[in-house]
Write a protein that binds this ligand. Structure first.
Ligand SMILES: [Zn+2]
Length: 450
């Protein structure tokens, strides 16, 4: 346990909490929220006449050799009345939580300490995913000193430390900021740069690559955030899809004992698409989403459409596969994905509004919405691979709009699989093999122009 010294302003406090080591294990997803509930409850039981009006919880990793060697929470709590913290501390102690309060001139001050980098903390020291309850004001509001306090306090300017000004903004800090503040676009980022001088310098220096940096952060987040994964993703981000294909041809292990490609060739020969299919896949991988580039295989069930596309997910491990059909948010996780793979496409579903669907497939930058509010501009190039029982039809109010259907048609390359295989002829034990598939396709690189 450790204790802050100093006087506490009534009604406002910053508590540092040491919690039992198994607290996070018990609540792996939402331990901050769990802790917040425990904390608010402690206020209620110890001071029934007082209302908690604002609170937030940050997790801070312990630092070996410092006064805080253990992971602990920082929580800001604002109450409507002045209270004695002792009662709260006792209520928490009954739950095995040791808490102490420290002096801050107001909620905004404690919040700033945890939210913004300063002389004591860089961005990478800060909690990327603090818990702010839904009713909590936006961070930029919570950071503001209330007017009355500002008037009495005078101009005790909190200038950024000199060393901070000359310090370079690191990619680790960028990652923390992007994730914590849900930054999706360059415009979002520039807005933050207005309050962080080092970030502004960084943005000006890397203006052309900012979207790529932002996309990369989301890609890394989605990938699980281990160091190895970050390195892998960073490396993959620097490679073209065709380079990844060539690499997969040697780096992956064969898992099919040489059985996948003979089956693949039997299908493409039977469907009369041998060579054509390979060139179309290579073309899509090469140029990315765009007119006559996205690949759309259609035909009855058991034609082998999915079979000939499925190994793509083994070669391109960062693929967006079958998002929920939804007119608004189906593409919210498309950031940084190498390809989009849509098996069992029904032929009329949408993943974003119709106008955006056309832009998306055409290869233009497209505004996409995120569940829970917010949007971002997607400018990635991931090509789209469809496998469907039918060609696309644009349905409006129950009727097909043939003009719009045709618009869609210019944005994909249709390949028809005409022949259904006998059910008995389909070998269900055959597994997709990324290595054999990549090796087969890689032989067509440079021959895709036709
Ligand atoms: Zn194989």
């Amino acid at each position: 346990m450790w204790v802050f010294s100093g006087k506490r302003k009534p009604g406002e406090s910053d508590h540092s909490q040491i919690y039992p080591a198994d607290f996070v294990q018990k609540h792996p997803q939402d331990h901050r929220e769990q802790f917040a509930a425990t904390l608010v409850d402690a206020y209620k039981t110890s001071n029934p006449a007082t209302t908690v009006t604002r609170y937030s919880v940050f997790l801070e990793p312990g630092q070996i050799g410092s006064t805080t060697p253990h992971d602990h929470f920082h929580a800001m709590v604002l109450t409507d009345k002045s209270i004695r913290f002792t009662g709260v501390a006792n209520a928490l102690r009954e739950k095995g939580i040791y808490a102490s309060a420290s002096t801050h001139e107001g909620y905004h001050s404690g919040f700033r300490y945890c939210w913004q980098p300063g002389s004591k903390k860089t961005l990478s020291d800060l909690d990327p995913t603090p818990f702010l309850p839904p009713e909590h004001p936006p961070p930029e509001v919570a950071l503001r000193r209330p007017r009355t306090a500002a008037a009495t306090k005078g101009r005790k300017a909190t200038k950024p430390a000199k060393e901070a000004k000359s310090r370079r903004y690191s990619l680790g800090e960028l990652k923390t900021l992007v994730r914590r503040e849900n930054v999706r676009t360059v415009a979002d980022l520039m807005l933050r740069a207005q309050r962080i001088p080092e970030l502004e310098v960084f943005c000006l220096a890397h203006r052309k690559d900012l979207q790529k940096y932002v996309d990369t952060v989301w890609e890394i987040s989605a990938a699980g955030d281990t160091v190895a994964e970050e390195l892998r993703v960073a490396r993959r981000m620097g490679m073209t899809r065709l380079e990844l294909l060539s690499e997969a041809a040697t780096a992956l292990q064969c898992v099919c004992a040489g059985r996948y490609i003979p089956a693949y060739l039997a299908i493409t020969e039977m469907q009369g698409v041998g060579g054509l299919l390979e060139r179309a896949i290579i073309h899509a991988l090469d140029v990315g989403r765009g007119k006559d580039s996205n690949l759309y295989l259609h035909g009855d069930a058991d034609c082998g459409k999915s079979f000939v596309l499925d190994p793509l997910r083994l070669v391109y491990t960062s693929a967006l596969t079958n998002p929920a059909p939804n007119e608004r948010f189906g593409l919210e996780n498309i950031h940084g994905k190498e390809i989009v793979l849509l098996h069992d496409f029904k032929g009329d579903e949408l993943y974003c509004p119709w106008g955006n669907t056309l832009c998306w497939l055409e290869g233009k930058p497209v505004g996409l919405e995120v569940k829970g509010g917010g949007s971002f501009e997607y400018s990635g190039t991931a090509p789209v691979f469809f496998a469907s029982g039918t060609t696309f039809r644009r349905i409006e109010k129950g009727l097909e709009n043939v003009t719009e259907t045709a618009m869609f048609g210019t944005r994909v390359r249709y390949i028809h699989f005409r022949i259904s295989m006998e059910k008995s002829a389909v070998d269900r034990t055959l597994v997709s093999c990324g290595r054999c598939y990549a090796a087969h396709l890689a032989a067509y690189i440079g021959r895709a122009a036709a």
